[in-house]
Design a protein around this ligand. Structure first.
Ligand SMILES: C[S@@+](CC[C@H](N)C(=O)[O-])C[C@H]1O[C@@H](n2cnc3c(N)ncnc32)[C@H](O)[C@@H]1O
Length: 538
């Protein structure tokens, strides 16, 4: 991810931005929240929330959902959709992972021929065509997962789709469900369209009724979906831990964090919780590491508000690194952020102590099919928000046992970044994070003196995976002392992050930079799924 200084919000289209009620960093509403009117029926967006801006930059038109669907209906009736004839499998011109703004668009492109129904089927009339005559009908060609039912589960690779109501009183399947059964029996693929709903609707509860469950698997060879293209899981934000499927641990922190962090596993059989480490909320310091004590303090009382008075603000270059909106958000990535320290007179709630205030979003650790454990949030996270520390054992890099494979070591590397040994800008090009996981590399540079080993002990940060298009970035923070070699490693949101999106940062290894014990280049495949994925972690 190329992040311009001072600009966290991604230039990417965020399909959920409007739905999440996002605001800009200074707290003003985004354009999408301002009032406008449908160009066709003149209804205001205030009365029709589904109003949508024209997708082409040259087209200022705005249409409401009702008008869009009316036009889609007309296109279907007059057979003027792009592919009026239903087809099995790939629709020419539509790529896997393509995103649409409305149901009308998926109808107009011929991807899904029925905007009011979740399953689009071919009826027996298709048996008259030579290429389709050998099938038993109805056959499903596409389905929209609308997350209305409690029994839908989706991990991005496999989907379990189930619903009641697909049978007559005798229990025989009918309609779309009969079609899906015919697909299963005849090995006919079905296109899957994931929908995002703007507000949590009342879920239709299937408990106590006979339900039909269909397991869907992605066809081999399809491009991976990015975390921005699909919201995995059940598609709805859990209200409590009790709602979670595959719950393997109610709180991996054992009560240490203010908000419990549950772990779920829908992948392994039997499902297992994360093991092999002890949870610690903050760094434990190795015996041979001495943490200096900061003597300087700002003279503020209560809370720091005036940057011309606060000496901690001055360390940051004449202003506070955080703005108050949303409980403290980092304005821009810095070599080092200086927060208020132990001796400062301000309260714990001072904005210049944002990263000291702990985890404030509801996080969940979940099992992925190819990357082990991962982390996501149930809450919308605004750009610049503090997520968590990367905590573990703070130790000397030279004391790392290189004979044991350890994927959880981060070098504290801000010294080089600050001194410009490799050059901040050049460094960002090669490796966007000022702190990177420790592995013997063939890139000639001074070994950082200290590292955080989150292998045997660590916090939730140890479960955060790498992405080539990350939504988090690593920030060195100093508060209780001013030794940059021992800075704390903090993770912040690089963009507005919708709920349930995996949280990931760029580990920052140049490809080909990691060597094995014999000096040969080591490779690890990257499964981040980003459209700009480099293919390898290193
Ligand atoms: C700090 S750990 C992250 C948490 C880890 N997934 C776990 O299960 O504990 C780093 C390790 O996670 C895996 N990992 C992280 N990001 C990955 C990615 N994009 N693709 C493949 N594996 C990844 C690799 O095994 C890596 O060495």
């Amino acid at each position: 991810m190329k992040r311009k200084k001072g600009q966290f919000t991604s230039s990417k289209v965020n399909p959920k931005g409007r739905e999440s009620g996002s605001t800009s960093l200074n707290g003003t509403p985004n354009d999408s929240q301002l009032e406008n009117s449908c160009t066709h029926c003149d209804t205001s967006s205030k009365s029709k929330p589904m109003l949508r801006n024209g997708s082409a930059p040259t087209s200022p038109t705005t249409s409401c959902n009702v008008c869009e669907l009316t036009w889609a209906n007309k296109m279907m009736q007059t057979k003027t959709t792009v592919h009026p004839e239903k087809r099995i499998g790939h629709v020419p011109g539509v790529d896997v992972g393509q995103q649409f703004g409305t149901r009308a668009e998926i109808v107009a492109t011929g991807l899904h021929g029925n905007w009011s129904s979740g399953i689009d089927c071919m009826s027996t009339s298709y048996a008259n065509m030579d290429k389709y005559k050998s099938y038993t009908y109805p056959l499903a060609v596409s389905m929209v997962l609308s997350w209305q039912y409690e029994d839908v589960a989706d991990n991005g690779y496999d989907v379990v789709y189930s619903s009641q109501g697909g049978s007559n009183l005798k229990g025989n399947l009918r309609g779309g469900y009969l079609a899906l059964k015919n697909n299963v029996d005849q090995h006919v693929p079905v296109r899957l369209i994931r929908s995002h709903i703007s507000k949590e609707r009342d879920k239709k509860c299937t408990s106590g009724f006979t339900v039909f469950k269909f397991g869907l698997k992605r066809l081999e060879g399809q491009p991976p979906l990015t975390i921005n293209q699909a919201t995995y899981y059940e598609g709805h934000i859990p209200k409590s831990i009790a709602e979670l499927r595959g719950l393997v641990c109610e709180d991996i922190t054992g009560g240490q964090e203010a908000i419990p962090i549950p772990a779920t596993n829908l992948i392994d059989d039997p499902p297992v919780p994360p093991t092999g480490y002890r949870y610690v909320k903050s760094n434990e310091v190795a015996e041979n590491v001495k943490i200096p004590i900061r003597v300087s303090r700002c003279g503020c009382e209560g809370t720091c508000t005036d940057p011309s008075i606060c000496s901690c603000a001055k360390l940051n270059g004449a202003d506070f690194p955080y703005v108050r909106t949303g409980g403290g958000r980092l304005v821009e990535a810095k070599s080092v952020v200086y927060e208020c320290g132990l001796k400062c007179g301000c309260k714990d709630s001072c904005v210049n102590r944002t990263s000291q205030q702990g985890i404030k979003y509801r996080l969940e650790v979940f099992r992925t099919p190819k990357k082990g454990w991962a982390v996501r949030s149930w809450d919308f996270i605004p750009a610049g928000s503090f997520i968590c520390e990367y905590a573990g054992k703070l130790m000397r890099t030279k004391d790392i046992d290189n004979t044991i494979e350890n994927n959880y070591i981060f070098d504290i590397d801000c010294l080089q970044t600050m001194n410009g040994l490799e050059g901040r800008e050049r460094r960002i090009e090669e490796s966007p994070s000022p702190v990177r996981p420790h592995i013997k590399t063939n890139v000639k540079k001074l070994e950082p003196e200290y590292c955080v080993d989150a292998g045997p002990i660590g916090n939730v940060g140890r479960f955060i995976n790498h992405s080539c298009d990350p939504n988090l970035f690593v920030q060195c923070v100093l508060s209780s002392h001013l030794n940059i070699k021992l800075a704390r490693v903090m993770l912040f949101a690089a963009e507005n992050i919708p709920p349930l999106q995996e949280l990931a940062c760029d580990y920052g290894y140049p490809v080909g930079s990691v060597l094995d014990a014999d000096g040969n280049v080591k490779e690890m495949a990257c499964h981040c799924g980003a459209s700009i994925c480099r293919g390898r972690l290193f």
